[in-house]
Design a protein around this ligand. Structure first.
Ligand SMILES: Nc1ncnc2c1ncn2[C@@H]1O[C@H](COP(=O)(O)OP(=O)(O)OP(=O)(O)O)[C@@H](O)[C@H]1O
Length: 255
């Protein structure tokens, strides 16, 4: 369980000696296999920078990030591209699907890129279409389906290769509240049934209440952590709201 993903004294500074922004300031934490971790914080607190470092998109200024025994801060650009393709899945606010391919083909594409065999591709695609409730729209193009369905397709595509970590940056940001709820329930299902390990950045307490643990960032540092444990989602939401109200955090969604 331990040593799955470890962030050790990670720093990201922007600017120069005279004018430096500490976007992420000596952050350390670990993510266990099968956890659904939320990262919360006000605008500018460093959430996206932290996610991008874990995503191998941004380089750390100092510190180390381990995925099991691999220190990604030591990898070359080529090795990083391979690592990203083989180990990470991404879901962004904008769905990033290919408009010229159907929902089904968008999922198949992710498997083709990984060089899977035809039978395996069919089996995995069927499983994801079913799990994410996309069977009815499998032949439609992204512009013909709802935002929620498009985002669930993005999730299917991100998870179809069993990544070590699914990284989601404000995945509900462009969705209406009903579609957002369905997506978050889908994340919970993927976390429970596929044991997917998820790290989700959000500034929304409602979204965060679906996580199993939440890291709160302020000025690039983790200043608080909440664990859901056996609490109901509603109780956990209240706990999150209490932390945010004590720290003057911003909210844009309440139940
Ligand atoms: N490329 C960059 N160059 C300079 N400063 C940057 C850059 N990217 C981020 N920053 C700064 O780093 C800090 C953290 O930014 P980051 O985008 O990680 O915050 P965030 O919590 O994700 O904010 P938001 O919720 O608004 O997306 C901010 O002060 C931001 O202005």
């Amino acid at each position: 369980m331990s040593n799955y993903i470890q962030v050790c004294d990670a720093e990201k500074y922007y600017g120069n000696d005279v004018n430096v922004t500490k976007a992420v300031d000596r952050v350390s934490f670990q993510v266990n296999k099968g956890e659904f971790v939320g990262v919360m914080g006000a605008s500018g607190s460093g959430k996206t920078t932290l996610l991008n470092m874990l995503a191998t998109i941004d380089h750390v200024t100092a510190g180390h990030i381990f995925y099991e025994n691999t220190d990604i801060t030591e990898l070359s650009e080529d090795a990083l591209a391979d690592f990203r393709r083989d180990n990470l899945g991404f879901v962004f606010q904008s769905y990033n699907l290919l408009d010229t391919l159907t929902i089904e083909e968008n999922i198949i594409l992710a498997l083709t890129v990984h060089g899977s065999k035809k039978k395996e591709i069919q089996k995995k695609t069927e499983k994801m279409l079913k799990l994410l409730g996309l069977n009815e729209v499998r032949g439609q193009f992204p512009y013909q389906v709802s935002g929620g369905q498009a985002q669930r397709c993005a999730c299917a595509r991100a998870l179809v290769n069993d990544p070590k970590l699914l990284l989601a940056d404000e995945p509900t940001g462009a969705l209406d509240s009903k579609s957002a709820q369905i997506l978050l329930e889908t994340f919970t299902k993927l976390n429970d049934q596929m044991k997917a390990t998820i790290l989700m950045v959000t500034h929304d307490a409602f979204s965060a209440s679906y996580c199993t643990r939440i890291l709160f960032l302020r000025d690039g540092k983790i200043f608080h952590e909440l664990v859901r444990g056996s609490k109901s989602r509603r109780e956990f939401l209240q706990e999150i709201l209490d932390v945010l109200s004590l720290t003057g955090g911003e909210l844009d969604h309440d139940e």
